[in-house]
Design a protein around this ligand. Structure first.
Ligand code: COA
Ligand code: AMP
Ligand code: ZN
Length: 429
């Protein structure tokens, strides 16, 4: 039942002792990086004067903008010691990049293996990883974890629905890692091929990367004949393997021996009690190359510290209930409206107004971008406008990694709003 019984069921007092000692080690290590060296000095914090875990509140927060501006300055070791990087959201200058040492890749793989084992996955399972590989952490993160566990791992990645089905049949897949909306969308592909996923040996599904409801989980379970588990993580904290549901399916255990969690009121930045939503703030406790201290995730969730029947002492997170910023997740890809703005405003043909509409049809996310074109360009012939539309689509796809539908409209036809324009309208339920 346990991957690492000793750690997963450690007595609370012993766990706190371990966390405090790991926090001190992490702060010590972080101080070797130019960024935290400065930050910690300014705040007057040193590893030796952290007396309790509560003392962490003396450390300043780290924000996504800090990562954008000072990412490489957060390395505690020379770049030569790093063996991997992952990046999320945005091209050069905007992306947040996380670097991993070999040891970091190992501890991450262990955390994911531990998560999968907790749900009942074993070496005998055939695991099909339907998340994006490449710079996304969902692909390689689960890949290494599943291999660590010993499962036969199929690295197909995202997309290519028909092939997903073929491989499931061919290799008798028993476990899948999939974006929940895509899992529901894929049912149509099954139906189109006269197949019922319940006739396959599937038994486990890991759902992550986007918010989803209990109702969606139950539908996926019923349609696929599996038990489905919620998986939470973010690139800044390695990727997946931060919090994961156990077989009780009553919240996601946070691996608190590796991540110190604070749940804070996003306004006052003071701790909220169990059951109340707050912003998740994490501190790495085991990362070597690029430990982050008090990273503000902008994700909102509540925690539950009551005992779990599974016997693990780690606190459990609710589903993610929202964000405190304007980031949206489309087809499992994080998008900041500013990215869209930058692409469009760099094109001389584009006017000052645009509107982005997000919809979900048959569980498939759609992004419609209506763009006002400058009058002098709008007068060009149809072929020119078609080409412009294609160029805008390609520029957006290249920045965002999802393909929008672009519609060109005449100047002064999109609604104007008072004050700060709301340019992204999320119509998904
Ligand atoms: N997950 C997996 N595949 C998806 C998907 C999703 N969320 N949404 C759509 N797809 C499939 C489509 O069904 C299509 O395949 P098909 O035509 O064989 O059915 C294919 O991907 C391309 O979809 P499309 O909507 O035309 O392309 P796009 O350019 O807008 O998006 C994706 C391309 C889906 C590959 C890209 O958005 C992606 O990589 N998403 C997954 C991100 C991820 O793994 N996130 C985890 C982060 S840890
Ligand atoms: P990334 O850094 O690309 O891995 O994206 C991480 C973000 O995806 C998180 O900060 C969340 O907003 C979102 N996310 C990841 N897993 C889940 C999940 N299980 N439920 C809801 N949102 C999730
Ligand atoms: Zn449990």
């Amino acid at each position: 039942m346990y991957w690492d019984a000793n750690l997963e069921t450690l007595h609370p007092a012993a766990m706190q002792e371990l966390q405090l000692s790991r926090l001190r080690q992490t702060v010590e290590r972080a101080a070797h990086s130019p960024f935290y060296g400065r930050r910690l000095k300014e705040a007057g914090v040193a590893a030796a004067n952290l007396r309790s875990l509560e003392d962490i509140r003396r450390i300043p927060f780290t924000a996504k903008d800090d990562l954008r501006a000072h990412g490489e300055e957060m390395l505690t070791l020379p770049l030569d010691d790093m063996v991997r990087l992952h990046a999320s959201s945005g091209t050069t200058g905007q992306a947040t990049v996380i670097y991993y040492t070999r040891a970091d890749i190992e501890t991450w793989a262990d955390l994911v293996a531990r998560s999968l084992y907790m749900t009942g996955m074993r070496a005998s399972d055939v695991f099909q990883n339907m998340m994006g590989y490449g710079l996304f952490t969902g692909g390689l993160g689960f890949h290494y974890g599943a291999e660590r566990l010993g499962a036969l791992t199929i690295p197909i990645g995202a997309g290519n629905s028909q092939r997903q089905l073929q491989l499931m049949q061919l290799f008798a897949t028993t476990a899948i890692h999939i974006i929940p909306s895509y899992a529901l969308y894929l049912l149509q592909t099954f139906a189109a091929h006269g197949l019922d996923p319940r006739d396959l040996p599937l038994r486990l599904a890991f759902l992550g990367a986007e918010p989803h409801s209990e109702d969606m989980r139950r539908r996926i379970e019923a349609a696929y004949g599996v038990k489905a588990y919620n998986s939470y993580g973010l690139s800044e904290m390695n990727g997946p393997g931060v919090a994961f549901e156990c077989q009780e399916q009553n919240g996601m255990h946070v691996w608190e021996d590796a991540f110190w969690l604070e749940v804070l009121d996003p306004e006052t930045l003071t701790p909220v009690p169990p059951g109340e939503p707050g912003e998740l703030v994490f501190t790495n406790l085991t990362r070597q190359g690029m430990p982050l201290l008090r990273y503000r995730t902008r994700d909102l969730a509540s925690f539950d510290d009551s005992p779990c029947p599974c016997g693990r002492g780690f606190r459990r997170l609710s589903r993610i209930v929202g964000r405190t910023d304007d980031m949206v997740i489309i087809k499992g890809v994080n998008i900041f409206p500013l990215q869209i703005d930058k692409v469009l405003m760099a094109m001389p043909e584009v006017g000052t107004q645009y509107l982005v509409e997000l919809t979900r049809q048959d569980y498939r996310d759609q992004m419609l971008v209506k763009v006002e074109v400058q009058q002098n360009f709008f007068q060009e012939d149809l072929r020119y406008l078609k080409q412009l539309q294609k160029r805008i689509t390609e520029a957006l796809k290249s920045e965002l990694l999802v393909t929008p539908r672009v519609e060109l409209v005449e100047p002064n036809t999109l609604p104007r709003t008072e004050g700060k324009a709301q340019r992204v309208v999320d119509k998904r339920t």
